[in-house]
Ligand binder design. Structure first.
Ligand SMILES: Cc1ncc(COP(=O)(O)O)c(C=O)c1O
Length: 405
C-alpha cells in the first residue's frame, strides 16, 4: 500500500478543528423574501421572518419592478440559458446592450461581461500576468484576487492595508517582469475605501497597471454611482481597468470588466475563465441593464443610503458600539473572537435581525465581526431597531464592543 495521506481522514480532522475553533459555516435557506424581510428556515422544518442586515443589495434593486420585469420579459422571449460560451454562439443582444450601457456609464471605451466577479478576477490576472510577473496587492483584498494571482503563476506581493507607500515599496522591490497593482475599491469586510489616487500614482511611477475591484463601490459611490474610481477622480490613464459586479448594488448576478479597449479585447481573446464557460443567461443581462439604468439616474437611492449610514454611525457612537471606520453601507461591528461573533449574531437573530458573523479566514485571526450592511430599502425605524438590538446583544454577551473607530 502506498504511504499516502488519507483524504477522508484529513477531512475529518479539519472538520474537528473547525468545530473546536467555532469556525464551522452553515447555510441558511431563505424561503421567501420581501425587500429587507426574509423568511429563513432553521433546517428542521421551522422558519421565522428576519430583518436582513447582511445582504449586498445596497440600492434595493433586486426586487425592483422594472428589473424583475426585464428579466421575465427577456426569459419569455429568449429562454433561460445562453446555451454556449460567448465566443461560440452564446453572445446575445442583451449581453451586448449591457456592455455598451456599462461602458457609457463608466465613461470608458470598452466593457466585457463575465459570469461573476470571482471569475472576472481570475480572468484578468490569468490573462495579463505570467510566471515572470508580479502582482502587488493590499493585504485585505478579496480572496478572488489572491486566488487569481495563484492561477496566473505570478509572484504575489502584499502590502499593509491601505498603504500606498507600502505598495510602492513592493513594486520597487520587484523591478523585473510586468507589474499589476490590484486593490479592492471598497474593502468587502471592512467597508473602507482604498487610497486610489495615491495607488494610481505609485503604479504609474513604477510602470505598473492599476486594477480596481469595485465590487462594493459601484452604484454606491461617485457621481451617478460610477464607483470608487470615479469618486477618486481617476481617468483611464490613472485606472486603466476595473471590475464591477452585478450581484451587489445592482441586485442581479454577473460582473463586468471595464476600461482600456486593448486590454479588454485581450481578455476576451485569451482569458480562460472567459473562454471556457457558458455565457450568463441573457435574461439576467437584461435585468442588469434595467438595474444599471436605474442606478445611474436614481440618486435618491444613494442619498437615502448615505442618510442611513449617518444614522447608524451616530447611534453606534452614542451607544459606544465598536463600529469600524467606514462611510460606506458596510458597517462592521468588531467582536474579536469567533465565539463572541457567533453569540452576538445568535442574540440578534433571537431579536428578529439577520446579521451573519464573519470569521477567519475571511477576516484576520482575532478580528471576527458582525458585517452589518445597509440598503436603500431599509427604513429609519429598521436602523433604530437594529441599534437597540445590538446594544442589548452586546450587554448580554458582555464583550468589549465599546468604541466607534
Ligand atoms: C471585493 C469583491 N470582489 C469580487 C467578489 C466576487 O464577486 P461575485 O460575487 O460576483 O463572484 C466579491 C464578492 O463576492 C467581492 O466582495
Amino acid at each position: 500500500m502506498a504511504d499516502r495521506a488519507d483524504l477522508r481522514e484529513r477531512v475529518a480532522v479539519q472538520r474537528g478543528q473547525r468545530i473546536a475553533q467555532a469556525a464551522v459555516r452553515q447555510r441558511r435557506t431563505v424561503l421567501h423574501r420581501d425587500g429587507v424581510r426574509c423568511e429563513v428556515g432553521d433546517g428542521q422544518g421551522a422558519s421565522r421572518w428576519l430583518l436582513n442586515f447582511c445582504g449586498n443589495d445596497y440600492l434595493g434593486l433586486s426586487q425592483q419592478f422594472a428589473v424583475v420585469n426585464a428579466l421575465e420579459d427577456a426569459a419569455s422571449r429568449e429562454g433561460v440559458g445562453a446555451t454556449a460560451s460567448h465566443l461560440v454562439s452564446g453572445h446575445h443582444a442583451a449581453h451586448e446592450a449591457l456592455e455598451r450601457e456599462v461602458a457609457d456609464w463608466l465613461e470608458v471605451p470598452a466593457a466585457l461581461l463575465f459570469g461573476n466577479g470571482y471569475l472576472a478576477n481570475l480572468a484578468v490576472l490569468q490573462a495579463l500576468l505570467g510566471d515572470d510577473d508580479v502582482c502587488v496587492q493590499d493585504r485585505l483584498n478579496h480572496a478572488s484576487l489572491v486566488d487569481a494571482a495563484r492561477l496566473s503563476g505570478c509572484r504575489l506581493r502584499r502590502y499593509p492595508h491601505g498603504d500606498a507607500e507600502g505598495a510602492l515599496r513592493q513594486l520597487r522591490a520587484s523591478p523585473s517582469g510586468a507589474a499589476l497593482l490590484a486593490t479592492d475599491g471598497v474593502f468587502s469586510m471592512d467597508g473602507d475605501v482604498a487610497p486610489l489616487r495615491e495607488l494610481s500614482l505609485a503604479a504609474r511611477m513604477q510602470k505598473a497597471l492599476l486594477y480596481v475591484d469595485d465590487a462594493h463601490g459601484i452604484g454606491v459611490l461617485g457621481p451617478q454611482g460610477r464607483g470608487s474610481v470615479a469618486d477618486a477622480g481617476l481617468d483611464l490613464r490613472g485606472a486603466p481597468l476595473r471590475l464591477i459586479t452585478l450581484g451587489k448594488a445592482l441586485g442581479g448576478y454577473g460582473a463586468v470588466v471595464a476600461g482600456d479597449a486593448d486590454l479588454v479585447r485581450h481578455l476576451a481573446e485569451t482569458a480562460r475563465p472567459y473562454i471556457y464557460t457558458t455565457a450568463l443567461p441573457p435574461a439576467q443581462a437584461a435585468a442588469s441593464l434595467a438595474a444599471v439604468k436605474l442606478a445611474r439616474r436614481e440618486d435618491w437611492r444613494r442619498d437615502k443610503l448615505a442618510s442611513l449610514v449617518a444614522q447608524f454611525r451616530g447611534g453606534a457612537q452614542r451607544h459606544g458600539l465598536d463600529v469600524m471606520a467606514s462611510d460606506t453601507p458596510i458597517q462592521p461591528v468588531l467582536c474579536g473572537d469567533n465565539a463572541t461573533a457567533l453569540a452576538m449574531s445568535a442574540e440578534l437573530e433571537r431579536a428578529g435581525f439577520w446579521v451573519a458573523a464573519i470569521r477567519p479566514p475571511t477576516v484576520p485571526e482575532g478580528r471576527a465581526r458582525l458585517r452589518v450592511t445597509l440598503t436603500a430599502a431599509h427604513a429609519d425605524a429598521d436602523v433604530d431597531a437594529l441599534l437597540e438590538a445590538l446594544v442589548a446583544a452586546r450587554d448580554r454577551v458582555g464583550h468589549a464592543t465599546s468604541r466607534v473607530a
